[in-house]
Structures are given as C-alpha cells and as structure tokens.
Design a protein around this ligand. Structure first.
Ligand code: 5GP
Ligand code: 5GP
Length: 229
C-alpha cells in the first residue's frame, strides 16, 4: 500500500516537474500583439510626420510591430543585445517591408531605423520562436491575411475625415476577421479623438490569431474620426 502510494506520488511529481520544465522552455512570453497603424492619424497630429524616402505610403494600414507580451499586461523588451538587426538577412523581404511596414517618423528614413528598433526592442524577445527572417516574414503574412481597410470599408467605414462609433469599427473588424480588435486612439492637431492603431493577438508560436488574453490600457471617445491619408 505504502509502496503503491509512493510510486503514484512519484509519477505525479515527475509529470508536474516535466510540465514545469516544458513551460519554462516555451514560456518566455504568452502571446503577441500584432499592431497596425493608420498613417493619416500618425501624420495629422501636432507632431506631424515625414514620408519615407521611397515616397508617400499607400492609403492603407501599415505595420507597427509584432510584440511579445505577458498575460499580466507586462512585456519583455530588448532581450538580446547580441542579435542586432541585420538587413542582409531580410533582403528578399525589403520591397514588401517598404510597402507594408513604412516609416512615418521624421526625418525621412528608408525604414531601416524603424525595423531595427522593432526587431531589437520586441523581436529579440521572441527569437526562440521566430528568428529574424521569420519574424519579419510572419508579420508581413499576418498583414496580408487581415485586411483591416477592406473590413472597415465593407461596413461603410471610410477614411474620409468623418466620425464613426467605436462600436461600429470594432464590429466591422470582428465580423470580417472573427477576432475582437483593440483600438488605440490619438488626437489630431485640433484635439479630436481618432483611430490610430489596431491591436490583434497572435498565439505564442505565431501560428495564427487568437482572442486577446488581455487588452492594453487607454481610451477612445465613443465616436472617433477616421482621417484621410
Ligand atoms: P505608447 O507609450 O506609445 O503606447 O507605446 C510606446 C511603445 O511601447 C510601443 O510602440 C511599443 O514598443 C511599446 N508598448 C506599448 N504598449 C505595449 C504593450 O502592451 N505590449 C508591448 N509588447 N509593447 C508595448
Ligand atoms: P515603439 O513605439 O515601437 O517603441 O517605437 C516606435 C519607434 O519607432 C519610435 O522611436 C519612433 O520614432 C520610431 N518610428 C519610426 N517610424 C515609425 C512609424 O511609422 N510609426 C511609429 N509609431 N514609430 C515609428
């Protein structure tokens, strides 16, 4: 009896220990935020913007980043100083990056500063799952598979400077892509609340969208502008 009890306790202990060790290996973050920005709302603020050297970006959402996060709302950053951005590793992706991940910060750049910032601050924290080339390729593919502008326009929500209810914006995205987005607002130069960034969540192995385990903090007005670009 005693021996039987001890061996089952030992098996349980070993199973738990194994789970813990598996979790320890896989769990250096819990999920990703996939963040896209509306260029019109980056540019019409007091701070303004600069078009990239390659010219004015498309009137479309652009990628901001793919950010590893914890379920408690915190996030790791700048995880590996020994793995700096290396454009030669993604030379086959650069034309897609210029199109879908354009920089709007001043002074005008070619994108390299933005991409290296995103890789070094965020990408290095998920390098166990996505090395540099897969980090950028995965993010580009996510954008291809979630056409936010189309989702909004199909619901009659256009970047025309008009105001739309926050609820109608979320519903339009949710019904097109099946996952609940989180909307971040900023203010235009006159102080109006407007649609700035859309957050979607991706599972920790970067295989697809999931419902967000936790949303960031911040507030939009109940009706927000969708500026033109
Ligand atoms: P802001 O203060 O403009 O919201 O964010 C500044 C930067 O902090 C973002 O561009 C991003 O790099 C990082 N950041 C802000 N919130 C989050 C978050 O919830 N998760 C992660 N991973 N990064 C964040
Ligand atoms: P995060 O907010 O991800 O920490 O960092 C954004 C950084 O990338 C800032 O230093 C910002 O100046 C730079 N950056 C370059 N281009 C862009 C852009 O188009 N959008 C945003 N949000 N940041 C950009």
């Amino acid at each position: 009896m005693t021996i039987k009890f001890q061996s089952s306790a030992l098996i349980k202990f070993l199973l738990v220990a194994q789970c813990v060790s598996v979790l320890c290996v896989a769990q250096d973050f819990d999920f990703f935020y996939f963040v896209q920005q509306w260029p019109g709302s980056y540019c019409d603020t007091k701070k303004s913007c600069c078009y990239p050297k390659s010219g004015k970006p498309d009137s479309d959402f652009g990628i901001h980043g793919l950010w590893p996060n914890y379920k408690d709302g915190n996030y790791p950053s700048n995880c590996d100083p020994n793995n700096p951005f290396d454009e030669s590793k993604i030379s086959d992706l650069v034309s897609r990056m210029q199109q879908d991940w354009p920089t709007l910060a001043c002074p005008s750049g070619d994108g390299t500063e933005f991409w290296s910032h995103e890789w070094e601050k965020h990408g290095t924290c998920s390098e166990s799952v996505l090395e540099q080339h897969s980090y950028f390729q995965t993010t580009l593919d996510l954008k291809n598979n979630t056409n936010l502008l189309q989702a909004l326009q199909d619901a009659g929500i256009n970047p025309d400077g008009n105001s739309y209810s926050l609820g109608s914006i979320k519903d339009a995205i949710k019904s097109a892509i099946n996952y609940t987005p989180w909307i971040e607002c900023n203010n235009d130069a006159d102080g109006n609340s407007q649609l700035y960034q859309v957050y979607l969540c991706v599972d920790s192995s970067a295989s697809g969208l999931i419902e967000c385990p936790v949303f960031p903090h911040g507030k939009c007005a109940s009706t927000i502008e969708f500026p033109s670009f």
